[in-house]
Design a protein around this ligand. Structure first.
Ligand code: 5GP
Ligand code: 5GP
Length: 207
């Protein structure tokens, strides 16, 4: 009858490098609109606790409603789904809302949740920041320290970095985590960074 609205401490804003999804053993699928731009794209905005744990699937009754996003068509380009079988960005967004968005619903309703996420994305151009420091998606290896330092200088806050493996088992730059304060409106220094799983040098694959 009464739902206790869970609290949380901050958001992780997570972006993925499409090249590092598509060159894996399981490969990728493009959405109906075609190959996404060679740029970082949104994975999600995730409520989190300072002790590294996080709430998920907080309200099974808050159904994802695609029609509430009709004014946010730029999501198609900045938040594409690359995991097979694809063609359905909406399914990815529904998953993100159901698993994460429902846990911050007492601060941001569904429309606000997606809109704030897009707004944060517009404010930091990770690829540009890296390229300004000579770090390009050219399939070469870069030191993880130089990537972190470039991002920290360009953004003003230390990023979290996650790696995965390409089809031949080489470690590569996969996701970048930034932190956002609870109302979703501004970037903050991360209270806690995700555990890093990258080697000293990582590939930055082309896309
Ligand atoms: P992976 O293990 O692939 O990094 O994460 C799998 C899923 O678990 C993510 O898509 C996300 O939904 C969730 N997840 C992983 N790490 C975190 C985290 O640090 N915070 C939150 N809120 N969710 C996470
Ligand atoms: P999370 O890892 O956020 O819990 O879940 C991601 C879910 O969304 C997985 O079930 C994954 O198959 C699906 N998904 C669809 N498109 C994408 C994509 O482009 N990137 C990621 N990371 N997951 C996607």
């Amino acid at each position: 009858i009464l739902c206790v609205s869970q609290s949380f401490d901050f958001f992780y804003f997570v972006q993925q490098w499409p090249g590092s999804i598509c060159d894996t053993k399981r490969s990728c699928c493009y959405p109906k609109a075609g190959k996404p731009a060679a740029n970082f794209s949104i994975h999600g905005l995730w409520p989190n606790y300072n002790n590294r744990s996080w709430p998920s699937f907080c309200n099974r009754e808050s159904l994802f409603d695609h029609s509430k996003l009709s004014d946010l068509s730029r999501m198609q380009t900045t938040w594409p789904s690359l995991i097979c079988p694809s063609g359905n960005n909406s399914k990815f967004w529904k998953h993100e809302w159901d698993k994460h968005g429902t846990c911050s619903e007492f601060v941001l309703d569904q429309h606000q949740y997606f809109e704030e996420t897009l707004n944060i994305k517009d404010r930091v151009d990770l690829l540009q920041i890296l390229q300004n420091e000579g770090i390009q998606p050219d399939g070469r290896n870069y030191s993880i320290g130089s990537i972190e330092e470039a991002l920290r200088r360009g953004i003003g806050f230390a990023p979290g970095i996650k790696c995965n493996k390409d089809a031949s088992g080489n470690g590569q730059l996969h996701e970048i985590y930034l932190c956002v304060e609870k109302t979703g409106s501004k970037l903050i220094e991360c209270p806690v960074l995700p555990r890093r799983n990258c080697a000293q040098h990582v590939e930055f694959p082309a896309f």
